[in-house]
Design a protein around this ligand. Structure first.
Ligand SMILES: CC(C)(COP(=O)(O)OP(=O)(O)OC[C@H]1O[C@@H](n2cnc3c(N)ncnc32)[C@H](O)[C@@H]1OP(=O)(O)O)[C@@H](O)C(=O)NCCC(=O)NCCS
Length: 165
């Protein structure tokens, strides 16, 4: 995946969906392209991976998976930055991305839990994650502040039960 294309898609996501993400355009716009390149770079033993969905060669959807590196939390990973561009929604792209993330977690030795956070008003995302096997384990009140408004985050988890764990 090209870092510049990933950067452009995520900046669009932060701008158009301000209540779906913790990150903002103001935070991410100044970061050098190398920061985005590091996220999408391929490694033999990655600490994070970004999955992309292409339509006619153009990047229209993404999802990130960050592995925990600490000895006692290495069985967990975090799903972040799920976004599908509006013209490509409603076609199963987000579901395919989440399934790819879960398959990766299941195939990575020693890992089995995927966690994520969803803003409370995000009904489409909550429904998607629930249908992919995620269960809520807590609500964080006033988790982020968007202007004068506080928004709660629902924390969810999914155990893919890696046979290699
Ligand atoms: C949420 C989002 C990723 C869904 O992408 P998508 O490719 O349109 O989703 P899919 O077509 O794969 O739909 C999968 C499931 O998601 C749920 N879903 C998707 N869009 C929905 C909507 N508008 N209303 C209710 N449920 C919806 C449904 O359960 C759907 O399954 P179904 O079609 O069998 O009913 C997309 O709307 C998006 O990028 N939103 C803005 C960013 C965001 O909220 N990211 C998540 C941050 S936690």
């Amino acid at each position: 995946m090209h870092a510049a294309e990933y950067r452009a898609l995520m900046l669009r996501a932060y701008a158009e969906e301000p209540v779906a993400f913790t990150s903002t355009v103001a935070e991410r716009m100044p970061l050098p392209l190398a920061w985005w390149a590091a996220r999408v770079a391929e490694h033999a033993q990655p600490t994070e991976m970004v999955f992309g969905a292409l339509v006619e060669g153009r990047l229209v959807g993404v999802a990130g998976l960050r592995f925990s590196e600490r000895e006692r939390t290495r069985h967990k990973a975090f799903l972040y930055g799920l976004y599908v561009a509006p013209p490509s929604r409603g076609q199963g792209i987000a579901r395919a991305l989440v399934e790819a993330v879960l398959a990766q977690e299941g195939a990575t030795p020693g890992t089995r839990i995927v966690q994520l956070g969803v803003m409370q008003p995000n009904a489409p995302a909550l429904r998607l994650y629930a249908s992919c096997g995620f269960r809520p384990f807590g609500t964080e009140p006033h988790a982020i502040r968007v202007g004068e408004r506080f928004v709660s985050i629902i924390h969810m988890w999914c155990d893919v039960g890696s046979p290699a764990a």
